[in-house]
Design a protein around this ligand. Structure first.
Ligand SMILES: Nc1ncnc2c1ncn2[C@@H]1O[C@H](COP(=O)(O)OP(=O)(O)OP(=O)(O)O)[C@@H](O)[C@H]1O
Ligand SMILES: [Mg+2]
Length: 284
């Protein structure tokens, strides 16, 4: 397929803002070209699995593939959103390497919280719009895409749940219809959630589900070791920080990838100031 001529200006930058999508849930379509280095065996294995499945479907002849997407659930800050971005990047690498005229693989980012706050009717319209763009290409004809519905528990709330409102059902049916029609040779959906228990079973049934739990200690150690700014530290400073991290993990103060990042940032600032920072310590 010939790529649309307009794509050339897109390939340079990291972020491709797309006018139409910019008004969708504060969403955006990005050509993901840079991400953090992904550490941890669990994460690299999961990434290869998701990439292999998607690649297989994108290369298949049938646009009605069995797998519409993946649902990643787990506690805050464990790397679910990062995984979706990184999947987009991997797919981009594979498919663009083969054909440099192909438009970039984009990730359409849809903020679940934002959708569930929008007015009755508006959210359905927007979901429809996203899938329409997936079909036609976001920034160029025939473009491949990853549709990330991030933090979806508030959109796809279970029908039995106390908070379920009538319009959730209607959103569900627009969504079901759209995923049934999804061209699996061009697009894949990723859903992320902290609260899979709140999500309608019918949604969960349509996706391959994965748990992204708190990582093990080794992974947390690797996580802080790869933070670019910490490369300034000396060997002994690194070792000291690692010892402190181990203690913080044992005390349960650091559990997620995000916790480890904040931990390292605080230590870095403390070292810079030569005393403990006055900045607030965020917790999830
Ligand atoms: N495998 C990984 N290797 C290195 N860094 C990672 C990895 N996974 C996540 N991170 C980093 O950890 C931080 C938290 O990750 P992310 O935002 O993806 O978590 P999340 O599960 O989506 O959180 P939330 O549930 O709050 O949305 C990010 O800054 C990300 O760069
Ligand atoms: Mg997230």
């Amino acid at each position: 397929m010939r790529a649309n001529e307009g794509h050339h200006h897109l390939s340079g930058g990291n972020v491709v803002s797309f006018e139409k999508l910019a008004v969708l849930f504060g969403g955006s379509a990005e050509a993901v070209t840079q991400t953090t280095d992904m550490v941890g065996e669990f994460y690299t294995n999961l990434l290869s699995e998701l990439t292999a499945i998607t690649e297989h479907q994108w290369r298949a002849d049938s646009p009605r593939g069995l797998i519409k997407g993946f649902m990643l659930s787990g506690p805050p800050g464990t790397g679910k959103t990062t995984m979706a971005k990184r999947l987009t990047y991997e797919l981009g690498r594979k498919f663009q390497a083969e054909d440099e005229d192909a438009p970039p693989v984009v990730m359409a980012f849809i903020d679940g919280g934002e959708i569930s706050r929008s007015r009755y009717g508006e959210s359905e319209e927007r979901i429809r719009d996203i899938f329409m763009h997936a079909k036609s290409g976001f920034t160029a004809a025939g473009q491949r895409s990853v549709l990330l519905f991030d933090d979806v528990e508030s959109i796809f709330m279970s029908r039995g749940s106390q908070h379920a409102k009538e319009w959730h059902f209607s959103q569900d049916s627009v969504f079901f219809h759209s995923i049934d029609e999804l061209d699996t040779t061009k697009s894949i959906i990723v859903l992320t959630s902290n609260r899979p228990d709140l999500i309608d079973e019918a949604i969960r049934d349509r996706f391959l589900s994965y748990t992204v739990d708190y990582p093990d200690l080794d992974t947390l150690i690797q996580m802080i070791a790869q933070i670019p700014v910490l490369q300034e530290l000396s060997g002994s400073e690194h070792a000291a920080m690692k010892d402190e991290l181990v203690k913080a993990v044992k005390k349960g103060e650091v559990r997620s990838m995000r916790d480890a990042q904040r931990f390292a940032l605080r230590r870095y600032v403390a070292k810079l100031l030569n005393r403990k920072s006055m900045a607030l310590e965020h917790t999830d």
